[in-house]
Structure formats: structure tokens, C-alpha cells
Design a binder for this molecule. Structure first.
Ligand SMILES: [Zn+2]
Ligand SMILES: [Zn+2]
Length: 325
């Protein structure tokens, strides 16, 4: 954990965290939490559900430190693990604090990771185990994520959305006598995925605690090939400082490239790697059809388009008229 008392030239921190723990009054908790974050100038996305808390927030280091202290002071979250990344830019332009039925959407509310889940491996343990012959490493992220980067030799699942993973578990049946290690971006999906595997009769189930991000911070990301897709303005981050390789190719021209963009055609919004040159040539779109669609979004070279906020602020209420059903 970085010490904010040290001279720190990085203007922003990005915190990633989750905690599975029963929350009795999610709506009430949401309100308090939202107010606290507004007061401290934090931006990001926070989800509160009866099963716990999940978020990515960014802000000034002192505010991020205050947030971590605030959350940990609540005994329900005493064991929460914050991953702290440094960033030159704020990772979010807005703050969203929402209640949902699950903190990670899997349509599996009956799976309770706080009761039983796969054995947590710290990054150093994962690094020591992952290449053993009796170990199978499985990526539980979606296609658009593992296409830009994954662990060397990891098995991937052909899924568009995490909630589809149970339909792909049959392909792991042949590894039932091996040790299965699951991993994802920050560890949260694995809490549910590994719990589900145990539920389905898999016995030796492990999970990379803190996911790719924590492994990058603590172990330099060795053997992670390509970039790690993240759900904020950065789109992807580098995690491997030891033996990096470019794992993906430009969707347009096929040259090695791991620069992700969203297609400028909002109706397509395809997440694909596109090289710098093709990005400009294609006006930020993924195909000739998208390029010639009327009213495409203006490509500024980043390939990221800020979603419009509904403007909710608990101090002043909803600024936009509520939708009527
Ligand atoms: Zn290209
Ligand atoms: Zn497109």
C-alpha cells in the first residue's frame, strides 16, 4: 500500500475493491455512501447490493486514502482489499452510486461467496503455481477482454457477458482431476465463478485474489500477454513489466496492436483493437459500413465516448425528469 506521506508526484489514484458481505438496507447505505463520496470529490462507479459492495473510484490521493479509512472503519468491510493504482488522469468524469440485485451480475443470487468460494491465492502464490502440470488456469472474463490480453496458456471462455459463463462450464469437465485457478480483472467475478464451480462438483478450485490488477502491482504482471481491459476512461492498462508481448492485432489491418477503441458508430460501439493509423483512416469506426453511417460520433483519437449522466445528485435530487412507466 503506498504511503501518502511520501512525496508523490502522481495526481490521481484509482481504487478497485469489492467485498461480499450481507448488507441489510442497501438503499439507506447507498445514500450515505453517495453523500460521503460527493463531499470528498471522488468520481467513479460504486454498486451496492444485498450481497456486498463493489467499486472503482478515482480522486486525489488524500481523498482516496480517506475513503479507504472510511470504508474499513465499518466492521462489515474490515477485510476489504483495496487495489491502488496511480494515474496521470482522473479515471472517471462522474460519480455513480447504485443499488443492484448483485454486485457482479451473474444471475446467481443463490451463490454466496462469503459462505464458500475457491481458495484465494495471493499473487506470489499464483505465480509459483500457475505453470505446474496439475494446474489449469481459466480466464472468466468476456471475449472483448481476453482478446486484448490474457495469461500465457490460460483457457478462455467464449462468452459475450460474464453471466453466460455457466453455459461454458462443460468444457472444464475434463480438468476435474486438476487444480483449477480462476482469474478475472479485479477478483470479484472469481468469487462467484469459483463458488459456482464448487457447487458443480469441482473440488480443487482456486482463485487469483485481487485479479490481474493486483498481480500486476505486486508481481510485475509476469506472463500476462497483452493489455488488461478496464472499465473506465483508460480502456486498457499495462500490467506486465517483466516480459510484455503484444497479444492482439488491429481489427482493420492485422498489424500487432493492443490499442482498444469503441467504434464511433454509437449503434455498433464494438470494442476492438485498432491501430493509430487505421483509427484516423476509419474515423474511429470498426468497418466501412460503420464509417459511412450518418451521424457517427466525432473521433478524437482516444476511441472513448463519455456516457451521458442522468445528473442525479442526492443534495439536489434528480435534475432530469424521471421516466414514467
Ligand atoms: Zn490498423
Ligand atoms: Zn462499428
Amino acid at each position: 500500500m503506498p504511503n501518502i506521506n511520501e512525496i508523490n508526484p502522481t495526481p490521481y489514484w484509482v481504487l478497485l475493491y469489492y467485498c461480499f458481505t450481507p448488507i441489510d438496507s442497501p438503499e439507506e447505505f447507498r445514500e450515505q455512501h453517495h453523500l460521503w463520496c460527493l463531499k470528498h470529490g471522488l468520481n467513479g462507479r460504486i454498486i451496492i447490493a444485498p450481497e456486498g459492495l463493489n467499486g472503482t473510484v478515482s480522486g486525489a490521493p488524500a481523498d482516496c486514502q480517506a475513503y479507504m479509512d472510511y470504508v474499513k472503519a465499518d466492521t462489515r468491510f474490515a477485510n476489504i482489499d483495496f487495489k491502488v493504482e496511480k494515474s496521470d488522469k482522473p479515471a472517471f468524469a462522474k460519480l455513480h452510486v447504485r443499488t443492484k440485485s448483485e454486485i457482479v451480475h451473474a444471475d446467481l443470487p443463490q451463490i454466496k461467496p462469503w459462505e464458500r468460494t475457491g481458495i484465494h491465492l495471493e499473487p506470489a502464490q499464483f505465480k509459483a503455481m500457475k505453470d505446474n502440470p496439475d494446474v489449469v488456469v481459466v480466464d472468466f472474463r468476456s471475449n472483448y477482454e481476453h482478446k486484448v490480453g490474457k495469461f500465457k496458456n490460460a483457457i478462455t471462455l467464449d462468452i459475450e457477458n460474464f453471466r453466460d459463463f455457466p453455459t461454458k462450464i462443460a468444457q472444464l469437465e475434463k480438468y476435474k482431476d486438476k487444480k483449477i485457478i480462476t482469474y478475472c480483472t479485479g477478483g470479484i467475478k472469481c468469487e462467484k465463478a469459483s463458488a459456482y464451480l464448487l457447487d458443480q462438483g469441482f473440488e480443487n478450485v482456486y482463485q487469483l485474489h485481487g485479479g490481474i490488477i493486483k498481480y500486476g502491482i505486486e508481481e510485475g504482471g509476469q506472463d500476462f500477454e497483452g493489455k488488461c481491459y478496464v472499465f473506465d476512461n483508460r480502456l486498457t492498462v499495462d500490467v506486465n513489466k517483466i516480459n510484455p508481448v503484444v497479444a492482439s492485432v488491429c481489427y482493420i489491418c492485422g498489424t500487432h496492436c493492443d490499442r482498444m477503441i469503441n467504434c464511433a458508430n454509437a449503434l455498433c460501439n464494438n470494442h476492438v483493437p485498432v491501430c493509430e493509423k487505421c483509427g484516423w483512416d476509419m474515423k474511429g469506426t470498426c468497418s466501412e459500413a460503420c464509417k459511412h453511417t450518418p451521424n457517427i460520433r466525432v473521433y478524437d483519437g482516444s476511441g472513448y465516448y463519455q456516457k451521458k449522466s442522468n445528473g442525479y445528485n442526492p443534495y439536489i435530487g434528480l435534475t432530469r425528469r424521471k421516466k414514467t412507466n
